[in-house]
Design a protein around this ligand. Structure first.
Ligand SMILES: Nc1ncnc2c1ncn2[C@@H]1O[C@H](COP(=O)(O)OP(=O)(O)O)[C@@H](O)[C@H]1O
Ligand SMILES: [Mg+2]
Length: 321
């Protein structure tokens, strides 16, 4: 039992949280193992920030348990927090402080022994590429540098686990790329749980994705698996063997008769006398059946390819009411 627990950095069981009579988290159970970089996705109001505040010991759950490295955060939040670095939503910083001053203040609050403070702060500064900003006031920093400061304060005590709430929100595209690659680098040494509503971010940064909707987990998978679930669509272009134009209605009727095909939509005119269709299916990829059908009708297959399902589409399907 103890062994099984020690491989889990986060263990969440039957977590429920209501604000007054309003339920926000409606029963979450999941585990995150050492070294994983996990994306926590969900629409606004899904419960991401609430979950993260409970995980970091800043908010009490209504019921359920959260263990960080086997330590119950409700019963022993101070000990659990030693192992956690937390970047809250909107990254609250003390604007009137200099970066160095702020990190010293955080190190002190984290009770890092005086003898080690300097070394640990320098390490965090270096890891976050903050050298050019150490003597500047936080108030004058760009949003990208503020996020670096937020990350530096999260890692200054060298925790095993990082919990980052929308770490790239509000950044411009260049800053997003910088912070994303910083998180990726931190993820080589630490377990990371980061929330985002930018799906491509989760796809490029995370090895696992949890999707939450209305306080419940609706998916837990790799980015690849999430985009390769059952169903999809095929782009097909066919033409007649003879010198005549095929009718869209006929092509549509023939393709719709194939087993597993759920919908056939014609799309705009195709040059070279072809008829172009999008064929949707719900289970097995019907490409070989489409090919057989086209051959049996003595038509020509000009083009056929599977349309990639994006994480966006998967997300929308899983989170719509
Ligand atoms: N302090 C609060 N008081 C009351 N309701 C809250 C509070 N914080 C969040 N909520 C509600 O809880 C739900 C989840 O919010 P939140 O965890 O912030 O979602 P997310 O971070 O996914 O956008 C929402 O319906 C939100 O309105
Ligand atoms: Mg939030």
């Amino acid at each position: 039992m103890t062994n099984a627990l020690s491989t889990n950095i986060i263990q969440v069981r039957d977590l429920i949280k209501s604000y007054g009579s309003v339920p926000a988290i409606k029963g979450l159970t999941f585990e995150i193992g050492k070294g994983q970089v996990v994306g926590f996705l969900g629409p606004n109001g899904a419960g991401k920030s609430t979950t993260m505040k409970i995980l970091t010991g800043y908010l009490q759950p209504t019921s359920g348990t959260v263990k960080i490295l086997g330590i119950d955060v409700t019963e022993n939040s101070i000990e659990a927090r030693h192992h956690i670095g937390y970047l809250p939503e909107n990254n609250p910083l003390y604007e009137e402080m200099m970066v160095m001053e702020y990190l010293e203040f955080v190190a002190q609050m984290r009770q890092i022994p005086k003898s080690k403070r300097r070394m640990m702060i320098d390490k965090a500064i270096h890891a976050c590429g903050l050298e050019p900003a150490v003597r500047k006031d936080i108030a004058v920093l760009s949003k990208g540098y503020c996020q670096r400061v937020g990350l530096a304060q999260a890692i200054v005590h060298d925790p095993q686990l990082l919990i980052l709430d929308e770490p790239t929100s509000g950044l411009d595209p260049n800053q997003i790329i910088e912070i994303r690659s910083l998180i990726k680098k931190l993820g080589e040494e630490k377990t990371v749980l980061m929330s985002t509503h930018i799906l491509s971010e989760a796809q490029s940064t995370c090895s696992r994705i949890l999707i939450i909707n209305d306080g419940k987990l609706v998916a837990d998978d790799t980015p690849l698996q999430l985009t390769q679930q059952e169903g999809g669509s095929i782009y097909v272009v066919v033409a007649s063997n003879k010198k005549i134009q095929l009718s869209k209605t006929e092509v549509s009727r023939q393709l719709a008769s194939i087993f597993g095909v759920t919908k056939v939509e014609s799309i705009d005119e195709y040059k070279d006398a072809g008829v172009a269709m999008i064929v949707s299916y719900d289970k097995q990829d019907p490409r070989s059946d489409i090919f057989q059908k086209v051959v049996s009708l003595d038509w020509i297959l000009l083009e056929m390819r599977r349309k990639e399902i994006t994480l966006e589409e998967t997300f929308r399907r899983l989170t719509k009411e």
